[in-house]
Design a protein around this ligand. Structure first.
Ligand SMILES: [Zn+2]
Length: 242
């Protein structure tokens, strides 16, 4: 397990705009509060998302990128990369592994936070096929691709040196072993979620109530005091021998 003072950079990889904000924006806020530099890499533009049919489809990627950029700002993240893969059709391709490897080698993160490649049987919506594919590609990029100089040799030729990620934090995993107290970060998490205006995240005005209820259940599972709120993850040591 990393000590907090060892953590200096983190890379968040998600399949869609808004995934990080539901699952981990509170944790990201605690990291940026602690001085961690956090970067986001969003694999698709969420262009198959539920939308007002009056909005031309070609405008959707731009809208969703702008919303995710605003949501990132709410938790003090300004380095946001969009890979532009098509929403709803994501697979764990070598091309995706290479693009994520490039991001890992560019950001050189101590931690990667990504979706779990393992299906959560309790919550079918948490395991969208795009999330599973992005999770599998992220893990493959962490090991072996990013640390192996002979993987995707065009990256080394472009100056992207090998990099070993120390820990992987997975969202929506079937089991969880790490909890983050996000009580103080909840207002910023709600701001981040409300940035996704096109997704009507707070259409019924009950977003805060839902987030508090879900986060309180996590806190209870984590053994935190009543009134605390938490996000949960499955965290693995990805460093190997150091
Ligand atoms: Zn998603």
């Amino acid at each position: 397990m990393l000590n907090d003072d060892e953590i200096q950079r983190a890379l968040v990889i998600t399949a869609h705009p808004d995934d990080v904000d539901f699952g981990a924006a509170g944790t990201v806020a605690t990291w940026t509060d602690a001085g961690v530099e956090v970067a986001y890499c969003i694999v698709t533009d969420g262009d198959a998302g539920g939308f007002d049919p009056g909005v031309p489809r070609a405008e959707i990627p731009g809208i969703r990128r702008a919303e995710q950029t605003a949501a990132a700002k709410a938790v003090s993240v300004s380095d946001v990369t969009f890979l532009g893969y098509p929403d709803g059709r994501l697979v764990t391709s070598l091309e995706l592994r290479r693009d994520l490897t490039r991001e890992i080698r560019r950001v050189r993160p101590h931690q990667v936070l990504c979706p779990s490649p393992e299906r959560n049987w309790q919550r079918i919506f948490a395991s969208h096929p795009d999330h599973l594919a992005a999770g599998e590609a992220s893990l493959a990029a962490v090991y072996p691709d990013a640390r192996n100089p002979f993987a995707h040799p065009e990256l080394l030729a472009d100056g992207y040196e090998p990099w070993t990620v120390l820990e992987v934090w997975m969202m929506a995993a079937p089991s969880r072993n790490r909890w983050v107290d996000v009580t103080d970060a909840l207002p910023r998490k709600l701001d981040a979620l409300r940035s996704h205006v096109s997704q009507h995240t707070d259409a019924d005005g009950r977003l805060e109530e839902r987030m508090r209820g879900w986060s309180a259940m996590n806190a209870h599972e984590a053994g935190l005091a009543d009134g605390r709120l938490a996000e949960g993850f499955f965290v693995i040591d990805s460093a190997g021998l150091r």
